[in-house]
Design a binder for this molecule. Sequence first.
Ligand SMILES: [Zn+2]
Length: 72
Amino acid sequence: MPITQEQIDKFNDWVSRKGIKRQCYSCGRMDWGIVDIVAANSETGAGTVPMVLMACQHCGYIRFYSAVTAGL
Ligand SMILES: [Zn+2]
């Protein structure tokens, strides 16, 4: 299921409250798109780790945040 606008709004609110810098670490621009929530399989057997995937729309740099910590 694709990420919903409600989840995007909630995530953006969380990012603002945490004071997370939106500048791209790679190119320095402020042009992020929230692409999706993805899950990585833990190598330790702890299950899956849901993450919000953000991609810089200029250079393609990708960063992740814990969807659980963000309350999604
Ligand atoms: Zn960038």
